[in-house]
Design a protein around this ligand. Structure first.
Ligand code: MG
Length: 323
């Protein structure tokens, strides 16, 4: 099979039957034409993943396709939006049919689960870089931001932060045998964007954000946006049985606080609405602290101040190759 050119790549791997009535014109023309319904607002986000920076070299093509969309869906989840459309920019070192087939299968597996239509994109030759732009819809005045937290609010996180970072470490050490390691590896390769939870939080949370760079770093961003501080109780962090099975407890805590790539949601809830967190059906959520006055995010463990060894991921502090 000869290597497909750009036109063939789009026709063969990225043109599909359109299931969304609001896509008036999709892939194949110069631009897409989309129907925005009634009063709902358009919510747009974009995320790029780069080989060797955001995922290791030799990551399976299907996992890359899945992940490129998952990180974007996570941003829409954090806004309380319902995903609708995406565009894709693909920079590829070469045009390899098997790779493209795998990539498209991972991408569309997740897209179909969330009813997202691919409506356009671009392919170029270059290093392996995948950019997805996602667009979704949210009801008027119902979107979530990082800025609404107030002193006294309770702080929650969904899922089990740290497992993805532990999974990446195991992949890099080539130590992915056994059930626990496989579970952690999947948590890195196939994060579950919390779209359903984000929708539920529209009427519950005072502020929300997704965790991509690390729990502590991202909590600091939320607090900075809200103009407040936080007290985080390390003892309250969700425990990961697979992580505890494979690494010392202190290492698990470091991963939970500083490891990135979780794509869980951190959110704050006024104490008067705390009861409603128990009724959330989309994801397990754990209270890990409370919002306080000031601007410091402080950790405590066993009632004493706790200083984590590592900070989270900073896109420009670390060089490529240290995800
Ligand atoms: Mg985000």
């Amino acid at each position: 099979v000869s290597a497909p050119g750009e036109f063939e790549i789009i026709a063969r791997y990225f043109t599909r039957r359109n299931d969304r009535a609001d896509v008036l014109l999709g892939v194949g023309d110069d631009a897409a034409v989309l129907e925005c319904p009634g009063q709902r607002k358009l919510v747009v986000a974009m995320d790029t993943i780069v080989e060797g920076v955001h995922f290791p070299k030799d990551t399976d093509a299907a996992d890359i396709g899945y992940r490129a969309l998952a990180v974007n869906l996570s941003d829409l989840a954090a806004m309380g939006a319902e995903p609708a459309w995406m565009t894709l920019s693909l920079s590829l070192p070469g045009s390899d049919s098997t790779w493209l087939q795998g990539f498209a299968s991972g991408l569309f597996e997740l897209a179909d689960r969330h009813g997202v239509a691919l409506v356009g994109g671009d392919t170029v030759r270059g290093p392996l870089v995948v950019t997805v732009q996602i667009a979704g819809l949210v009801e008027p005045d119902a979107w979530l931001t990082r800025a609404g937290a107030k002193p006294g609010d309770l702080v929650f996180v969904s899922g089990v932060p740290g497992e993805a970072a532990a999974g990446l470490e195991l992949i890099q050490r080539n130590a992915v045998q056994g059930d626990a390691a496989r579970h952690l590896r999947q948590r890195f390769l196939r994060p579950e964007p919390r779209v359903g939870l984000g929708r539920e939080l529209r009427s519950v949370a005072s502020a929300a954000m997704d965790v991509s760079d690390g729990l502590l770093v991202d909590l600091r961003k939320l607090c900075a946006a809200s103009g407040c501080g936080m007290q985080l109780n390390v003892d309250a962090l969700p425990q990961s049985a697979p992580m505890l099975q494979l690494m010392p407890a202190a290492e698990c805590i470091e991963h939970a606080l500083a490891g990135g790539d979780d794509y869980e949601i951190i959110f704050t809830v006024p104490a008067s609405r705390a009861q409603r967190v128990r009724d959330l059906r989309s994801a397990p959520c754990t209270q890990i602290g409370a919002i306080v006055a000031g601007d410091a995010v402080l950790c405590s463990r066993g009632g004493a101040p706790f200083e984590p060894r590592r900070r989270g991921y900073d896109h420009f502090e670390q060089g490529p190759g240290s995800p």
